[in-house]
Design a protein around this ligand. Sequence first.
Ligand SMILES: *Cc1c(COP(=O)(O)O)cnc(C)c1O
Length: 394
Amino acid sequence: MLKLDNHASGRHFLHIPGPSPVPPRVLRAISYQTIDHRGPEFGAFGLKVLDGIKKIFKTEQPVIIYSGSGTGSWEGALVNVLNPGDKVLFYETGQFANLWRGLAQRLGLDVEVVGKVGQDTWRWGVDASVIEERLRKDTQHEIKAVCVVHNETSSGVTSDIAAVRKAIDSLKHPALLLVDSVSGIGSVDYEHDRWGADVTISGSQKGLMLPPGIGFNALSPRAIEASKRSKFPKSYLAWDEILESNKTGYWPTTPSTNLLYGLHEAMDMIMAEGLDNVFARHQRLAAACREAVNAWGLENQCQDQECYSPVLTCIATPEGMDADVLRKNALEKFNLSLGVGLGKLKGKAFRIGHLGDCNELSLMAAISGVEMSLGSMGYKPKASGVVAAQEFLK
Ligand SMILES: *Cc1c(COP(=O)(O)O)cnc(C)c1O
């Protein structure tokens, strides 16, 4: 047996913002026997999954399910709706926006980046007026797509996607709106149709409580139209054959059968709790986490009160304290995994994930682990974060 956990007893506290803990029910579903992906049983099952996932994205349109990851689904979105050399506008909210932009550059797209004016753009939600001003100058409609990250996992900032759509529409600009909600879907409200996203990109291992291994592209009629004109070379990621096969509940290639069992189960759990209740639970846990951060006297990476992420909290370590040493202490002493500071936040910040299969007491364990780790490094908090979060939650 593979041994990955060096603690003799108790469970591991996985509080990184994805992969998130996989509930036992989902693990059991994944362990069902793999069936024939061309057999009669599979088609009925496939249709159920393809229908169920639409409710999660709040769309009537098709949702593509890839065997892959969030990154593969970023690529899927770009190569299906764009043409080589197209101009694409990226809004920088953090490291994930940057990684997606880097992928676009490698594909040969002509990338332009905007961000919050006069501020550290990694600390604020998307300012739709910045996108509006840029598009206003684009009288020739050279910009073919606007790319934004809904829940920026590197900084703990959640942006208003409907506002971006409104900005594009106010100018009658034809640019497509491509949205990364890899860490948002299943944890924070997302309305693909109503907010007017053309492609929404997601993955399995964050709010959907699955292991890594599947990715999503939710489509719009305009995205499907654009895909018919796209000249990007593609095959595995191309939507046309997948959409055709999906009509009867199948895939052109072998899908991740067991992960789809897990997805079916996870969607069942989310729908039984109720999407709104799931979102409210995340908001409540995130608010409790922020109470702890304030009590510690530490700084939240997100400066935008309207945009605090319900999925994770990114916390700056005090001057002189290496966030990676803090994380190492938390793991070795308390069996608690915290998220790393990504990109320019490396060593300067850590992240507490409170997404997916998380409740009050699992959050309290994480907060307690952080508080003890801070203490073990000689940090004297202003007040106890554990007590502050408890006061809030009780
Ligand atoms: C995790 C994540 C990704 C990347 O997904 P992978 O599954 O690691 O490829 C992209 N965007 C955001 C916002 C993420 O949180």
